[in-house]
Design a protein around this ligand. Structure first.
Ligand SMILES: [Zn+2]
Length: 244
């Protein structure tokens, strides 16, 4: 029934309403419509040495994890938790869809809708294998360095990492400036991106990725990196754009 509804093009939210089921439970059905690589469960690529099934999904999830995620012990396993703003359902969906393309884990939500954010979570013992930046304490109080294999993936294409970082700790908004034209003051608005994080290491991972693509940035304040030049904003618009 749910598959039929999804198949004719209804959104997951509409299917939830019609069948009166939770939003997270529809993701498995959707995955059945769009089979995962190899069509079956994905083993941990770090433990098995098998190729990473989907580098794009991995780097996106890495960006989300570095921005707004954490790994905690949950019984005998580990739980990856990504905090998402409920104003941006498309981003929630992108996180939900990236998770099973990295590791074989069922996605669920924790926390109440209506408080502005929701935690998108999944349990597997292998989160620490794929995100070795895990450690005790807040991320800004410890060193966050990408391992060579992660850096290799970023070097091949840093765009999904940048997208994940901006989707978690960044935004695209409008800035304004005033200029005198022919004696009258005119106000101009222009789009710009900002990325804010307490960790100097995570900000450096972000700016290194921008450098790799030749996208200009500047330090706005202690926490924030700004991308405001017209051609730099246009470059980010090609693969990030406004949050939704
Ligand atoms: Zn593993």
């Amino acid at each position: 029934m749910a598959l039929d509804l999804l198949d004719v093009g209804l959104s997951r939210r509409e299917v939830c309403r019609i069948l009166d089921v939770g939003y997270a439970s529809t993701y498995r059905w959707q995955v059945r419509l769009e089979p995962l690589p190899n069509g079956s469960a994905i083993d941990c690529f770090r433990c098995t040495g098998l190729p990473l099934p989907d580098a794009r999904a991995y780097l996106y999830l890495l960006g989300q994890y570095l921005g707004d995620g954490h790994i905690r012990k949950s019984g005998r396993t580990h739980c990856l938790s990504i905090t998402c703003c409920t104003d941006y359902p498309d981003i929630i969906r992108e996180v939900e869809e990236a998770i099973p393309r990295v590791l074989d884990a069922s996605v669920f939500h924790r926390g109440r809708e209506g408080v502005g954010c929701i935690n998108v979570e999944a349990n597997t013992i292998h989160w620490k294998c794929v995100f070795p930046q895990h450690g005790p304490g807040m991320k800004h109080t410890r060193s966050i360095v990408l391992e060579p294999w992660q850096q290799g993936l970023v070097s091949q294409d840093p765009r999904p990492l940048i997208r994940g970082l901006i989707h978690s700790d960044g935004y695209r908004g409008l800035n304004w400036t005033e200029r005198k034209v022919g004696g009258t003051v005119k106000r101009y608005t222009y789009p710009r991106y900002q990325f804010s994080n307490e960790s100097a290491d995570i900000k450096r991972i972000f700016t290194d990725a921008l450098d790799q693509l030749g996208i200009a940035w500047r330090v706005m304040n202690r926490r924030t990196i700004s991308v405001a030049r017209r051609e730099a904003v246009a470059a980010l618009d090609e693969f990030v754009g406004p949050k939704s």
